[in-house]
Design a protein around this ligand. Structure first.
Ligand SMILES: Nc1ncnc2c1ncn2[C@@H]1O[C@H](COP(=O)(O)OP(=O)(O)OP(=O)(O)O)[C@@H](O)[C@H]1O
Length: 506
């Protein structure tokens, strides 16, 4: 494809020819051919498991193709590893965390490149920190410094470190894989303006996202993958949300998938936090969740909402105050919470919600012992296998077999497992922290329907989300938090106003 930019015809910077990648029996990419020009933001979209990260990982030198070629700047591109790709101008921000916790920000930025600051005998940490700080300043990142220990940063902070690390290499191609879902509004704006700045200077950005609105706003072209095959590329003037959905799914996805009615909820309180104080974030915080309620919690990423979710599930130490169920049971540990039919989906999926080195089946059945008992404490393996199969089918989890390791699944399919795990055990109260992170629109619709069905059957959901449309679309009541306190509380019946919610956040 030739694209006209500033009146000039630009030759493709990247040419992909019949690229295939097989993981055992799974065909992640099947003879994919397409082109990406220089100096554009190219969106890459497709359902979960359609092969987006696989393509990006081959290009970035993380994995090797099975067949086919990529040409970069008209030369065959076959980096032997990430470092070689980076040195030749290809940098990538991976979907999950790509930083190491127990070193500083500067050490993460220059990991493997420490010799740059060596005088032959010693490595000058002072020089390394100064160079890292310069990159952070250039990016206008002020929420932490080069000498900050990385473990002190939240997910957004760690992503910003990865972005800074990529910028050191002055990339010709900068790939951003599903990153915006962990960034707050400010973090996203920072990334968007960086992408614009880079493309103005001739860099190509490959931007992987499930958010079609975001893609249409940010990209110059959008390429679509479906089931490992290339479907097509749309230029900006051709962008059309329904057409993109059609290209992704192969059929029209119609209807409003949010819950539209104001059906209210019971007065009965099922979960209550009284004056809870945690080490960080929360000070004398009060909240009540009712039977049959979807209570949305929103705010900027550091407002304390993620800590609140953990504290309510007994996964965060409460220094003062208490969390209890409607019947008075005190929730101060996760075991009690699970025994009392509470569920929790962490935003930090890979670290807190999944056992990556266990199989799909093992993860799904891990909390479903009661459901799969034969008699007494004896578990029926047959029941377990059937149970896992049902969850895989109901949530269209794309995996070659229930016995495959979860670590081999695409990001969105991992998220579906977390969702399915708690849905199957009849949890009466579920705390969901960013439950639809990284899932495609088709599955999102299915998840929203399940949440709505749970509400209608009298279950209670605390929906922590950084997506305003999701909060507005799904909640009966929205609480906005700022600096660990409630800054606004609005009922669906009063009408949710997006601007009012944003004003309460900042
Ligand atoms: N290391 C691996 N071993 C086995 N299968 C894998 C491996 N990595 C990816 N796959 C499979 O390849 C397919 C494509 O995965 P990929 O991560 O590229 O999808 P994706 O489009 O990025 O999805 P998502 O939007 O969910 O992130 C999936 O079926 C996935 O399970």
């Amino acid at each position: 494809m030739e694209i006209i930019k500033n009146g000039k015809n630009e030759k493709p910077l990247i040419r992909v020819e019949k690229l295939s990648k097989h993981f055992g029996v799974t065909i992640a990419l099947n003879e994919v051919s397409f082109e990406i020009p220089k100096g554009v933001i190219c969106g890459l979209v497709g359902e979960n498991g359609s092969g987006k990260s696989t393509f990006a990982s081959i290009f970035a030198g993380i994995i090797e193709e099975t067949k086919g070629e990529i040409y970069f700047e008209d030369k065959l591109w076959k980096p032997c590893d990430v470092l070689e790709a980076q040195k030749n101008g290809v940098a990538m921000i991976v979907q999950e965390t790509g930083t190491i916790e127990n070193i500083t920000v500067a050490e993460n930025i220059f990991l493997g490149q420490e010799m740059l600051f060596s005088n032959g005998l010693f490595i000058s940490r002072k020089k390394m920190f100064a160079a890292a700080q310069e990159i952070l300043d250039d990016l206008e990142i002020s929420s932490f410094r080069a000498d900050t220990p990385t473990h002190r940063l939240d997910m957004q902070g760690r992503k910003l470190v990865e972005i800074a690390k990529a910028m050191y290499w002055k990339p010709k191609v900068f790939t951003v894989d599903e990153t915006t879902t962990v960034l707050s509004h400010t973090g996203r704006q920072l990334l968007y303006s960086l992408m614009k700045k880079l493309t103005n200077n001739g860099t190509t950005v490959i931007f992987i996202s499930h958010d079609l609105e975001e893609l249409e706003e940010q990209c110059d072209i959008i390429s679509v993958l479906r089931d490992g095959e290339f479907v097509g590329t749309l230029k900006r003037e051709e962008f059309d949300t329904d057409r993109l959905k059609q290209m992704m799914i192969g059929r029209n996805l119609e209807g409003n998938y949010y819950h539209a009615d104001d059906e209210g909820y019971s007065d009965e309180v099922v979960l209550r936090a009284e004056n809870i104080t945690t080490l960080e974030d929360l000070l004398c915080f009060n909240i009540e969740l009712h039977k049959g309620e979807v209570l949305g919690i929103g705010g900027l990423s550091d407002c304390g909402m993620h800590t609140l979710g953990k504290a309510l599930f007994g996964a965060e130490k409460v220094l003062d105050g208490k969390v209890n169920l409607g019947d008075g049971t005190v929730i101060d540990n996760t075991k009690t919470a699970v025994e009392h039919k509470m569920g929790y989906m962490s935003k930090n999926r890979d670290k807190e919600s999944l056992a990556l080195n266990a199989t799909v089946k093992e993860n799904i059945v891990s909390i479903a012992h009661d459901v799969n008992r034969m008699f007494g404490p004896i578990i029926s393996f047959k029941k377990e296998a059937g149970y896992a199969k049902k969850q895989i089918k109901d949530l269209s989890i794309k995996c070659a077999s229930p016995n495959h390791l979860v670590s081999t699944l695409s990001g969105g399919n991992k998220q579906k497992i977390v969702f399915g795990k708690w849905m199957g055990v009849d949890s009466q109260i579920i705390i969901m922290d960013c439950p639809t992170r990284g899932v495609d629109i088709g599955v999102k619709a299915a998840m929203y329907k399940l949440i709505y069905d749970m509400k209608k059957s009298g279950k209670s959901i605390l929906l922590i989300s950084e997506e305003l449309p999701e909060l507005i679309g799904m909640s009966d009541r929205i609480i906005i938090m700022r600096d660990g306190e409630i800054s606004a509380e609005i009922q669906r019946s009063e009408g949710f106003n997006e601007q009012k919610l944003i004003d309460a956040m900042i």
